[in-house]
Ligand binder design. Sequence first.
Ligand code: WTA
Length: 643
Amino acid sequence: MSYPYQLKSLEEYKKAYKESIESPETFWSNIAETFVWKKKWDKVLEWNFIEPKIEWFRGAQLNITENCIDRHLATIGEEPAIIWEPNNPEERTRIVTYNRLHKRVCQVAQMLKNNGVKKGDRVCIYMGMVPELAYAVLGCARIGAIHSVIFGGFSAQSIADRLEDAQAEFIITCDGAFRGNKDIPLKSVIDDALIGNKTVKKVIVYTRTRTPVSMLKGRDLWWEDEMEHAETQVEKDGVVSFPAEPMNAEDTLFILYTSGSTGKPKGVVHTQAGYMVWANYTFVNVFQYQPGQVHFCTADIGWITGHSYIVYGPLSAGGISLMFEGIPTWPDAGRFWDIVDKHQVNILYTAPTAIRSLMGFGLEYLNGKDLSSLKVLGSVGEPINEEAWNWFHKNIGKENCPIVDTWWQTETGGVMISNLAGVTPQKPAHATLPLPGIDPVLVDENGNVIEGNSVSGNLCIRHPWPGMIRTTYGDHERCRTNYFATYPNMYFTGDGCLRDEDGNYRITGRVDDVLNVSGHRIGTAEVENAINMHSGVVESAVVGYPHDIKGQGIYAYVIYENTHGDENLTRQDIMQTVSRIIGPIAKPDKIQFVKGLPKTRSGKIMRRILRKIAEGEISNLGDTSTLLDPNVVDEIKNGSLIS
Ligand code: WTA
């Protein structure tokens, strides 16, 4: 495959950027021409940020799986699409060619059809990182069902809320998932999530861990049986086929839940055509992907990074996507380097948390590992500090590999601000320049645009781009108020940002009540709700604090009815409650018991003060005169868990 829109020099980038801002419609229609369409568009872009309404490639019809699979079969059908590395290094690697992927995706589509799944139905996917997860995602897309992948670390309660919100009728899961030395009983979590559920009709279970599971008659089915049956239907005389459903450009492709500043996660909706073009364009340009290269994105498909840069980006480019089932530190902290060596990985895309954690294990895990295949390194999910950037650059990239620091969000569908590997300049800890089509602006609290360089403000985006969020599932007003109401005619990212003297952007972190723990977005309100469910808890307030490895840690101030018992046991009980309600990723790192919380006279918690104390900045708390009871601040300061 060739990528005529791949930018090869700084000049080409500048030219493309200028064109994309001056005539976005011509720019994007030229790129879209290179994809496979069942019907071309009547209008490239129709939009307003007031409702908001965003329509790209209106009138067009396509199926994204034809772009990710069918169009490659004649040329690279026997080349790998997915290389799968199991959790246990002793187990065999699986190589899935494009032909094989085609067959499996057709089978899944047929299996879904056999079980009554129709275009537009919501299918929830809760699986470990096995190739079958990719087949499931693409199988849904093949028949036009909407997939909603839920990360394997979420609890039954979180899944139940998402099933309810999406009104999901089908689930695809596994008996269990291997992660390091753990075996996570996914099907049993699903069983708990389904207590009281009224919409789910069928649960399809893929066998991975052979953990005992209970299978409910009439509802639960084995993947293996269903796929075998489907195989006889899709394969005739050695020819595999399953018609790719013609989808309108703006039909929903998937829902992905993410945290915001309220207690309830929101279902971010992405659509067919714009998302496809954006995932592909950003993949090809940011990583400067060359045909035949092995791309290793270490994210889980339960997050947007996995959707865009394990599945849709690489496959739409006819690339080789390496999918890893396990974790970076098992069997030891050299696992990533073993994988790079074993599969001759060319592009490694990971998170600052993983880098900082591996840094902490020392360089001996690099001994004897051949990393010379690496050409490009990437970072995503949270700000990367200079120390981690330098370590990655020196020890992994051997000072030969550009590092792309890619800033983006679940809502943006793909990378928004990043250097292009080896093409535009990099600067440690800076995401640098916007991609073509992206018009970033910094604004102050009053919405005034801050012009010029060496300034900071809240990051907004001025014009639509193909991969942007279209709505929040089932609640368009929520999409409007969350993203389009804070500043008129702009998409508000929720991030704070600096623009340096050369116009490079540096993301400083969230300016709303969203935490970023190990690159996972967690709403403080969600954690508070979960803590408050523990009996004995009267009230709580959650803030973030700087954490050496996770970027941010979770600090909870809790008013507890009866602190006569063992405080440490109570802490553990509260953590257990959060783990059960949301999942282990949301467990507080520190819990401080307090008698009161600093509140204004109108009853609003002054989080600014709590944040300062959690950051260890107790000497300068700013103005506390508006507090109802300023004495609580001293009590909290004295009991602070930060030394
Ligand atoms: C943060 C992940 C600094 C940011 C793709 C954003 C980053 C949130 C970077 C989105 C980066 C992501 N530098 N911060 N390179 N990338 N973020 O939705 O705060 O899981 O708003 O999407 O992560 O997280 P999400």
